[in-house]
Ligand binder design. Structure first.
Ligand code: ZN
Length: 282
């Protein structure tokens, strides 16, 4: 699942390569992902021009000079491609857009078809379900350390479950939550109420540090020779899905626990604590 580092890498790529491009053709190949009628995309997008590409939580926001926004949440398996038209079209390519003056196409591919594609009029992103009830984006400048601490105090339960909640803050998913907690040396099973104010502040700084560290690394792996055509590869992460490997900080074996189809990886030595009942012995 793409998280902030991957989506920021893609956003940067599209701002460089897609802004200013006029849409020539629109093909909607697989219906379930379209939350705005596919016909509307086919009928009204050609002739429109891409403006600035933004991001909000897990949504990539393709601004259009008509004032509308093409908003895409790739969910678990959605991927963006920007590749020559002659490249074979993937079986699960949902949206294929041709552009004026270039042979490259913008494609959205989604193996499990769980992603969501909306075309919304200007300033009406709030029409997207949960847009307003969800919390701020982690990289929103208004979310400073004080705002983070004030927000997080409203939540209880295991800290990992808190930081991945979109109602709290958007953009942190299962993989980078493990990296953030490792960075902050906090056990994922410690409850929010057990953490001190100073822990909550370190957690904020760790979240920012991890995103700044991971974004260029994600970009290196996703962008090759001016093309965006990737399989998600996070070979740089320090703990997530590295169960049994040595912790890069202390050398102890990384623990891995799977619950509710979600993998949590952490270092018991660097991230002590957690209620004894919730963490099975090694
Ligand atoms: Zn360690």
């Amino acid at each position: 699942m793409p998280e902030i580092p991957e989506l920021e890498a893609i956003r940067g790529f599209f701002n460089e390569h897609l802004s200013g491009s006029v849409i020539a053709t629109v093909e909607t190949r697989i219906p379930p992902v379209f939350r705005t009628p596919a016909k509307e995309l086919r009928d009204t997008l050609p002739g429109d021009t891409f403006g600035e590409i933004g991001r909000h939580g897990k949504f990539l926001l393709f601004g259009l000079t008509s004032g509308r926004t093409l908003a895409i949440n790739p969910m678990l398996t959605g991927r963006f491609q920007y590749i020559p038209a002659k490249t074979r079209i993937a079986a699960k390519a949902c949206l294929v857009m041709g552009l004026v003056g270039t042979d490259d196409q913008l494609r959205y591919v989604d193996d499990r078809l769980m992603g969501k594609v909306y075309l919304v009029p200007g300033e009406q992103l709030a029409l997207i379900p949960n847009w307003e009830s969800n919390g701020p984006d982690l990289l929103d400048p208004a979310l400073d350390e004080e705002a983070w601490v004030a927000r997080i105090k409203k939540y209880r339960g295991a800290i990992k479950n808190v930081i991945v909640k979109a109602e709290f803050v958007q953009g942190i998913g299962n993989a980078y939550s493990d990296e953030i907690l490792w960075e902050a040396r906090i056990n994922p099973y410690t409850t929010r109420t057990e953490l001190t104010e100073s822990d909550l502040r370190s957690l904020y700084r760790a979240a920012k540090t991890v995103m700044a560290w991971a974004t260029p690394l994600a970009a290196e792996r996703m962008i090759k020779d001016g093309s965006l055509n990737y399989e998600e590869r996070r070979d740089f992460v320090r703990v997530h899905r590295r169960g049994g490997e040595p912790c890069p900080r202390c050398g102890a074996a990384i623990s891995e626990i799977t619950a509710n189809q979600r993998i949590t990886s952490f270092c018991r030595q660097c991230q002590p604590g957690g209620p004894s009942g919730a963490v099975p012995p090694r």
